[in-house]
Design a binder for this molecule. Structure first.
Ligand code: 5AD
Length: 438
């Protein structure tokens, strides 16, 4: 059987989609090999959220062609969806398939005729439904992801995603549940619900939203020992109902990811973000007061074209006052066909770098404060792997990484540890094992 190698760039949804495609190849009997190997087929699931993502995607495509010039090389996903023409220029790239058709990549490759390259980048419509993925074996460790939704219609002025991912389509609640139970039966102990705009879950179905889905899932999975994590949702989508469910329900991780992007009302408006810094401030404080030890992660963008020094200072000051715990800092990258693309920038590359480094050092301070606040506490840990020195590594529900020593192999189990110490260089916490929970 031919061998196939994968490389995935970008978001979690892309990662799951690669897993789904991998599963299709496994079922058909292909050998999955590492990307460094000389494979018969290479599949690169691309990203185009910034120009850096474009560059990385192209460089991985070229690497595949170099690894084996005789291989069939396929670029799939977001970059082909919006920029197939540029990819056509890459000699040795045989197949270019956008998001609408990438789930059929096995068939496309099997039908591929060497004399004719394939380019498919058709528009995504609301009829491009999400189907459930019933994995047959464990690909990764203890954590699995379910894509509950695809698409976005928010049109933030900087963002290309509505163009790459199309309109909102949600997986039916029955399919989400079936997928979840399948993963739990396979032994996964943590399930992450994710999507392109996860908080839009259900708007295309009607009668259900994200909170309703969570309640449904929890009411049907009582007998399983596992935890549920939510990936990023927009600040405007956090309801009081959701906050109290996270507070009350043990299975829901005390972890929210709420992209802020900017702390300046002017810039938020220019970004088409529809909330104010005051709203975000109140929201984060309310969450932190209601849910003890909650991890609140955020995305922040620096160097949006209309961001001047005072706007950046607003962002910095807002973050500084809030109990945010994990940060992703992005430097604005103009994306063709977005509303902000033609705006003249008030800040140059050097300025962007400076702002980014300022935020990164603030981020470091904030995450260390969070860790320090957690030391001395007792936490449930999901053990993810055994380390070379024989100790174990796991993650708390509030997203802290902990190492601990145990006599017996604990991988895949929940354990209770007391958080003792932190290695400040890598934010790694040392814990003492208190109890094993099978
Ligand atoms: N430039 C830089 N960062 C961007 N993001 C989205 N579009 C852009 C862009 N044009 C970032 C946002 C978003 C994250 C997933 O990617 O911060 O939250």
């Amino acid at each position: 059987m031919p061998s196939v190698a994968f490389h995935t760039l970008g978001c979690k949804v892309n990662q799951i989609e690669t897993e789904q495609i991998k599963e299709d190849f496994i079922v058909k009997g292909y050998d999955i090999v590492s990307f460094q190997d000389k494979a018969d087929i290479y599949i690169i699931n691309t990203c185009t959220v910034t120009h850096i993502s474009d560059r990385k995607s192209r460089s991985i495509i070229r690497r595949a062609i170099r690894n084996n010039p005789d291989a069939v090389v396929a670029a799939i996903g977001c970059l082909p969806q919006v920029n197939a023409d540029e990819l056509r220029k890459i000699e040795g790239l045989n197949i270019i398939v956008g998001n609408r058709d990438k789930a059929n990549i096995v068939d496309i490759i099997e039908d591929y005729d060497e004399k004719k390259n394939i380019v498919m980048a058709g528009n995504i419509t609301k009829n491009d439904k999400l189907s459930p993925v019933l994995f047959s074996n464990l690909h990764e460790r203890t954590r699995a992801f379910i894509k509950i939704q695809d698409g976005c219609v928010s049109y933030c002025s900087y963002c290309i995603v509505p163009l790459t991912r199309g309109p909102v389509r949600s997986k039916s609640p029955e399919d989400v549940l079936a997928e979840l139970v399948n993963l739990l039966d396979l032994g996964y102990k943590e399930i992450v619900l994710t999507g392109i705009h996860t908080g839009f879950y259900g708007i295309d179905i009607g009668n259900i939203n994200l909170l309703g889905l969570l309640e449904l899932i929890l009411s049907h999975t009582n007998e399983y020992k596992y935890r549920l994590r939510l990936s990023s949702i927009e600040p405007l989508e956090v309801t009081d109902g959701l906050i109290s469910l996270i507070k009350e329900e043990d299975k829901l991780c005390r972890h929210l990811h709420l992209p802020l992007q900017s702390g300046s009302n002017k810039v938020l408006q220019d970004m088409n973000r529809r909330y104010s810094r005051e709203y975000y401030y109140e929201l984060v404080l309310k969450i932190a007061e209601t849910i003890p030890d909650v991890a609140i992660a955020t995305d922040i963008m620096v160097g949006f074209p209309t961001e001047d020094e005072a706007d950046f200072e607003d962002t910095f000051a807002l973050i500084d006052t809030l109990p945010l715990t994990h940060f992703h800092v992005f430097k604005y990258s103009p994306r063709p066909a977005t509303k902000a693309y033609n705006l003249k920038s008030l800040v140059d590359e050097k300025g962007k770098n400076y702002r980014s480094s300022q935020l990164l050092s603030l981020a470091r301070e904030k995450s260390q404060i969070f860790i320090k606040d957690n030391l001395g506490k007792t936490k449930k840990l999901l053990v993810e792997r055994k380390l070379d020195d024989g100790s174990f590594h796991g993650l708390t529900d509030n997203y802290l990484e902990v190492n601990f020593v145990a006599e017996t192999d604990q991988v895949g189990d929940f354990v209770t540890v007391k958080l003792i110490n932190v290695d400040k260089d890598n934010d790694l916490i040392t814990g003492n094992l208190l109890e094993i929970k099978r």
